[in-house]
Design a protein around this ligand. Structure first.
Ligand code: TRP
Length: 365
């Protein structure tokens, strides 16, 4: 298994990651506190999709006392937004509603040209405009959400990035990110840029303001660097809330734009159906007879795995599991259930996306 911000491959062992990264499990007590504050429990918490954190108890303390907290997340554009990207954002939207908190959404439009071969600055400019529509379409509160674009908001961010850089040695960056001497120096500096929005709450508010970051666990390493330098610069250490990866349609690893099949936020219903029917790895048996007799394996079936991410209703999910595992439900049937679920989600998203262009001005800091 390999889990870095640039590559996720193999069978991800999350227990191992928790140990390797030195993060904490979200336990029943934390879930109960969150549930009390939010008035409901999000299915991604209940199903251990958001499963890990660092210092999130501090955020709960602040929210319980009615003190302001900020949320921060981000997206480096180099292609269309897909359902895997949307997982932490959907959760962030719920948290914003629950806490009534402000959100800073970073668009590091310099990240991908530094890290991804063949990704041009022109591509990034195009995908930045496109991806902003998807971010807005998630439904974040326009009054409480600000998008910061690294090159556009350079004057706001540059000094703090330099302060982070001043406190970060090349050996630290090498140890954390695995950079080598042949990597361009932009990569080293970028690792400082991703810390900046975690400090913007304190900078914008003019006083120490706690910040928490919901994201997939591959981003954790960035915030280890951020926490290393935070107190040295007089800012609180950011908290994180970390989620698992939505598996690729072909199974294992994360849903990646660069390999295998993915479903983007703008796919039409026919395309969604075609992709799921063709690529979704099945835990079903070779023949109908064998399947009826032995049943399907939900632990490897991608359609079932995806339903745990997107089907909120526990009863429906339990029924699918039971019928699929008993052999009553066939592969094609579970796939169709997923097709319907994804298309329902995307129809609502695409409707909001149509109206998003008018809101762009309002969302950009
Ligand atoms: N590095 C992320 C990416 O590759 C983008 C990003 C910037 C981000 N800031 C973040 C992701 C904060 C999660 C949280 O897309």
């Amino acid at each position: 298994m390999k889990v870095t911000p640039w590559e996720v491959s193999g069978d991800v062992d999350y227990d191992k990651l928790v140990k390797q990264f030195g993060v904490k499990r979200i336990d029943a007590k934390m879930r109960a506190r969150l549930k009390k504050l939010a008035g409901e429990e999000h299915h991604m918490l209940r199903r251990d999709i958001f499963f890990s954190h660092m210092y999130f108890d501090k955020i709960l303390d602040a929210v319980e006392k009615g003190e302001p907290v900020y949320m921060y997340t981000g997206r480096a554009p180099s292609g269309p937004v897909h359902l895997g990207h949307a997982v932490p954002w959907l959760f962030a939207k719920w948290l914003q509603d629950a806490f009534g908190c402000k959100l800073i959404f970073q668009i590091p439009d310099e990240e991908k040209p530094m890290f991804k071969k063949g990704c041009s600055w022109d591509d990034v400019a195009k995908w930045t405009d496109d991806n902003i529509l998807d971010i807005i379409a998630i439904g974040f509160d326009p009054e409480k959400t600000k998008i910061v674009i690294d090159t556009k908001h350079a004057s706001l961010m540059y000094k703090t990035a330099c302060r982070v850089a001043e406190k970060t040695t090349a050996s630290t960056a090498k140890a954390l990110f695995g950079f080598t001497d042949s990597d361009n120096v932009g990569k080293y500096f970028y690792s400082c840029m991703q810390s900046v929005p975690a400090f913007l709450p304190s900078i914008l508010e003019g006083k120490r303001t706690p910040c928490f970051i919901p994201c997939a666990i591959d981003q954790d390493v960035h915030f280890r660097l951020t926490r290393d330098v935070a107190e040295k610069l007089g800012y609180p250490k950011p908290s994180t809330l970390l989620c698992r990866f939505l598996p690729g349609l072909g199974g294992a690893g994360k849903l990646s734009s660069s390999e295998g099949a993915m479903i983007t936020m703008t796919d039409d219903p026919k395309t969604v159906r075609k992709k799921i029917m063709k690529y979704a790895f099945s835990g079903g048996k070779e023949t109908v007879e064998e399947h009826r007799e032995k049943g399907g394996d939900t632990s490897v079936d991608v359609s079932y795995q995806w339903l745990t991410f997107f089907e909120k209703d526990d009863k429906k999910l339990a029924r699918v599991k039971k019928e699929y595992e008993s052999g009553k439900m066939l592969s094609g049937e579970i796939k169709q259930i997923l097709v319907d679920k994804v298309n329902e989600l995307l129809a609502a998203h695409q409707e909001r996306r149509e109206k998003a262009a008018k809101l762009v001005e309002q969302f950009i800091l």
